[in-house]
Design a protein around this ligand. Structure first.
Ligand code: SAM
Length: 342
């Protein structure tokens, strides 16, 4: 019998994230012209028909609102990073995330490099899609021809694919295959990132699939960046009844959460201040649940005029319950990014 790799279930979580994003995009919650090029819903999910507006992969309204809030909150924090002067971004477990392309829609002269990492299975698929799709690779700046350039190098591609198709490098973008649980693997990023530049670490729904000690090893490695920020999106508070349901759902898909799932958003924020992280510890941190983002961050105009008109939400209590189980947390180290947040 073919052996089942437990990591397949972890890799498949990207399909969930992307399917939720596609649902929100199709219904008008979020603009994302790049998603259809980076994510194709599996054929089997179509059940032989179009299930109305939003298509076959339509998710329930609560999920769509959550996807909207999470994307908008993370986008706002990333924009704050670029307003502080920018630098480089390292996105862990990036999956089929489109943020690099969405960011590139407005010029980012202060984005020196955007690096995405994931398992090789994910990066090879993404590399292939980028290479096949002009809309994705045409935003890479062309390599500047040297005076002695041969005619062929003048027409050469603005990116290279290497490592058997699992890596892709362009002037401002790199896609790197690695297993974040392997402490030696991070050396694969050496030379790509400049330790002297402000650096933003993004990890959306990744650390929950890694043992706490493996996450701490990543954070310690990240201690080499002195002007730094980290931004995570995670589930929290799973010890209650809602959490039991979520864990059972995960278990039916062979998924467990080996990572630390914190009780509260404050606990999630505090993880980044732990002195045991050594130089990887951050100096300031904060967090908000998606419910807090709903009430304090998303402009009222957006909620009342636009979001409310997209779909009917009958139970505000249910929305509060669901959104209270997810949080966006951020932490900073050094003066440049201090004070970032909501
Ligand atoms: N960050 C994306 C988003 O929010 O849309 C994708 C999130 S998905 C839930 C988790 C991603 O983390 C998957 O693409 C998975 O392959 C990746 N991942 C999980 N554990 C990893 C590990 N040990 N090394 C590299 N990637 C990992």
């Amino acid at each position: 019998a073919p052996s089942i790799d437990p990591d397949d279930a972890i890799r498949a979580t990207d399909d969930d994230a992307a399917a939720s994003r596609l649902s929100a995009v199709n219904l008008g919650y979020l603009p994302d012209p790049f998603l259809p090029y980076l994510y194709r819903p599996p054929m089997s999910s179509s059940h032989g028909g179009n299930a109305g507006a939003g298509g076959p992969s339509r998710k329930p309204p609560l999920i769509n609102v959550g996807t909207h809030h999470r994307t908008m909150a993370v986008d706002m924090l990333v924009q704050q990073f670029f307003h502080r002067g920018g630098g480089q971004v390292l996105s862990l477990g990036a999956g089929s995330d489109t943020r690099f392309w969405r960011l590139s829609q407005s010029p980012k002269p202060n984005m020196s490099r955007y690096v995405e990492v994931d398992f090789p299975h994910q990066t090879s698929q993404k590399a292939q899609r980028i290479a096949r799709t002009a809309k994705l690779h045409s935003i890479f700046p062309s390599p500047s021809p040297t005076p002695s350039a041969s005619p062929s190098s003048l027409t050469s591609k603005p990116y290279t694919v290497s490592n058997g198709g699992t890596s892709l490098h362009a002037r401002s973008y790199s896609l790197v295959p690695l297993d974040l649980r392997d402490p030696t693997a991070l050396s694969g990023l050496d030379g790509l990132l400049d330790p002297d530049l402000p650096t933003l670490l993004l990890a959306e729904c990744v650390f929950c699939y890694m043992k706490p000690e493996d996450t701490d090893a990543v954070l310690k490695w990240f201690g080499r960046f002195k002007e730094a920020g980290v931004l995570v999106y995670e589930m929290i508070g799973l010890e209650d009844q809602f959490g039991q349901v979520m864990k059972r759902n995960l278990a039916t898909r062979n998924l467990s959460l080996p990572g630390a799932v914190y009780r509260t958003s404050a606990d999630q924020a505090n993880r980044f201040l732990n002195p045991l992280l050594g130089s990887g510890a951050f100096y300031t941190s904060d967090a908000k649940t998606l419910w807090g983002i709903h009430t304090d961050v998303i402009p009222k105009e957006e909620l009342q005029r636009r979001i409310a008109a997209l779909e009917h939400l009958d139970e505000i209590e249910e929305l509060r319950l669901v959104l209270s189980h997810y949080c966006v947390a951020w932490a900073t180290r050094g003066q440049i990014l201090e004070g970032i947040g909501f």
